[in-house]
Design a binder for this molecule. Structure first.
Ligand SMILES: N[C@@H](CCC(=O)N[C@@H](CS)C(=O)NCC(=O)O)C(=O)O
Length: 248
């Protein structure tokens, strides 16, 4: 029996990337929905930089969303989440990398962390100067780039895949921080993100995300279980948070 376990909160864009891939490939899984700062010593052992997601299955333990998605592609090749041909595959990986690195820096560390995590986990106020720069410079800059990349209809490559998933996943967290793309200034990017987040693989997860968005980390697991989410019986979560290891 397959026993794929994903460690990490439904609210993380990197976890969401992996869950969408599992949904697309029809791989059954269970989630230990911890916010990474609340991981125990076992979490430190399997994720040495204390980041989510972690995948644990009968073959391997992996602690990086890109590596996990590539593994899922190789172990469960159909349907494929990468396009055909060397150039398209490379471009898909580049867009995924752009999402994970620069969009993560701007939309997670710059925006979501300031607006949500700092208060919910650490009881700290947002950094107003950083937020101003994020809204006025960083987000427009990355949207200018995406506006040149995304198609007017459909997906980045022939089938819905890793590049679409990675980009859309970060904008879901921007939504949590009440940011909406200005559709007059970036019409293609706005429509693309709306289209991708409406895909059934994202929509299924959205129901669980909506339920826990305003629930403190300690209560999220129970809310998810009550709603029928595939929550695993054991958890690597503890009550007191620890500061992260990496800065970005
Ligand atoms: N390169 C990693 C990045 C994962 C990541 O940054 N996850 C965030 C959650 S959204 C995290 O665990 N942050 C905790 C920390 O940095 O201390 C991946 O793609 O999986």
């Amino acid at each position: 029996m397959n026993s794929t376990r994903i460690i990490g909160s439904y609210l993380s864009p990197y976890v969401r990337k992996v869950l969408v891939c599992l949904e697309l490939k029809g791989v059954p899984y269970q989630v230990d929905p911890i916010v990474p700062f609340f991981g125990n010593d076992e979490f430190s052992r399997i994720s040495p930089v204390r980041r989510i997601p972690v995948l644990i299955d009968d073959h391997v333990t992996l602690a990086d969303s890109t590596v996990i998605c590539e593994y899922l592609e190789e172990r469960y090749p159909s349907p494929s989440i990468y396009p055909q041909g060397a150039a398209n595959r490379a471009r898909a990986r580049w867009l995924e990398e752009f999402a994970d690195s620069r969009m993560g820096e701007v939309l997670i560390w710059g925006l979501y962390n300031q607006v949500a995590i700092r208060r919910a986990v650490w009881g700290e106020a947002a950094d107003a100067d950083l937020l101003k720069k994020v809204y006025e410079q960083d987000i427009p800059h990355l949207l200018d780039y995406l506006e040149q990349q995304v198609p007017a209809q459909g997906w980045l490559f022939d089938e819905f895949g890793i590049a679409d998933i990675a980009i859309a996943s970060f904008f879901r967290n921007a939504q949590f921080a009440r940011f909406a793309i200005d559709a007059e200034r970036w019409p293609l990017a706005a429509a693309f993100v709306t289209r991708a987040l409406a895909h059934c693989s994202f929509a299924k997860l959205k129901a669980f995300e909506d339920l826990i968005q305003r629930v403190p980390p300690a209560g999220q697991r129970e809310v998810l279980m009550a709603a029928g989410a595939p929550i695993c019986p054991q958890t690597l979560g503890v009550a007191a948070p620890r500061r992260g290891i990496l800065k970005i």
